[in-house]
Design a protein around this ligand. Sequence first.
Ligand SMILES: Cc1cc2nc3c(=O)[nH]c(=O)nc-3n(C[C@H](O)[C@H](O)[C@H](O)COP(=O)(O)OP(=O)(O)OC[C@H]3O[C@@H](n4cnc5c(N)ncnc54)[C@H](O)[C@@H]3O)c2cc1C
Length: 399
Amino acid sequence: MQLELWTPRVDPAFAAAVARTVAEVVAPAAEAIDRDDHYPKDVVRSLARAGYTAATFPKELGGGGRPFADLVAIFEEVAAASAATATSLITIFQAGETIHLFGSEALQRRYLPAIAEGLLCSFAMTEARGGSDVKKLDTHARREGDCWVLDGRKAFVTSASAAELFVILAETDKGVTAFAVPSDTPGATLHSPPSARTFGLRNGPHVDLVLEGARLPLDHLLGEEGKGIRAAATTLDHSRVLAAAIGCGIARAAFSGALAFADKRSVSGHYVIELQGIQWYLADLLAEIDAARLLTYEAARHLDAAASTHKLPRESEVRRRALLDIQRWSSSAKLVATRTAVSAALQAIQICGVRGCVETAPFGRYLRDAKTYEIAGGSSEILKNTLGEYLLAAVDGPG
Ligand SMILES: Cc1cc2nc3c(=O)[nH]c(=O)nc-3n(C[C@H](O)[C@H](O)[C@H](O)COP(=O)(O)OP(=O)(O)OC[C@H]3O[C@@H](n4cnc5c(N)ncnc54)[C@H](O)[C@@H]3O)c2cc1C
């Protein structure tokens, strides 16, 4: 009897189509992307043609109009083959989602259809001094006539080596503000310091975006001036559910690899899978991955449920509750799924013995990608702080 380990949490026909596309387009390139640390441009453009870079954006803007759970299924499947490719997709989503939720109608019409057709994007918040805390930035924007003029340097920008559009945060007189910066903006250049290469999520070096008198049209400001942290936090709350899906994908891949090994390798007259000690490792992992997947799809359900509240004023009770709800579920999902990915990768190596440690096996890649994702896109500590704030709101403040 063949049992399905990873039951689809979306329409099974859609999940099967995604799995076929990933097997054909992503899996064959996975090892080389990681080994050579290059941006998988052709792979991402093929995935764009399949509708994966704009799946949740409105149909009238070139998107798929799909629920968030479908996007989670795409990210989970892509990451099971190549987390670096899924990371390439997530930066496109982050830029597109910020434009979708905060950009002017003209900007949405310009960039969302282009994203559906394969425009490559990055999302740049981090600077040399600010990673977890971006409330004060060294990148500045000032208004000059009919332009914004930007100066500063964004660091560790994923996908930047290939990006054609950046969504960034910069400080104006009114505070941190979000901008869309096309890569061909005069005064915008890329610099690759030695620290740009990470040991995990290797989709090309995470280079710096340097802005020296870069002039942008006024309408490239996203949302309200001085409200950029709010815009970025909203996008991150959404993309954390996809980061969780990437964690689930890595965990699944590590588990499946270890299970296949244990099923074939015999030791002292027993297959490894028959050893109870090994079964217990796998049993614990199966339960943890099931839990992480359920949590991630539940977070996607909360995102879809809150979609109708996006246009409500932020101060309204309904919107406030929806925002807290999304923060809670997206933080929990990323926290648990990335932690599960790390333990699945570690345990898989243990189960496979030396064959888990060799460079020709994918387990080292799983471990490097999983560990890196406990930091990127909101570290586990920051996620726990967010959950702590949720608890304070739940008890209506201390005392
Ligand atoms: C592979 C990778 C890709 C990345 N891609 C991007 C990108 O595309 N765009 C981008 O903008 N950034 C990117 N980053 C940067 C990432 O967002 C930051 O690494 C992350 O926000 C943490 O910031 P930091 O590394 O500067 O750590 P720091 O802020 O220096 O923190 C150091 C340590 O202290 C902990 N810490 C910080 N504040 C608190 C607190 N209040 N309470 C408890 N603990 C705390 C942190 O969790 C961490 O463990 C990427 C990072 C990685 C690893």
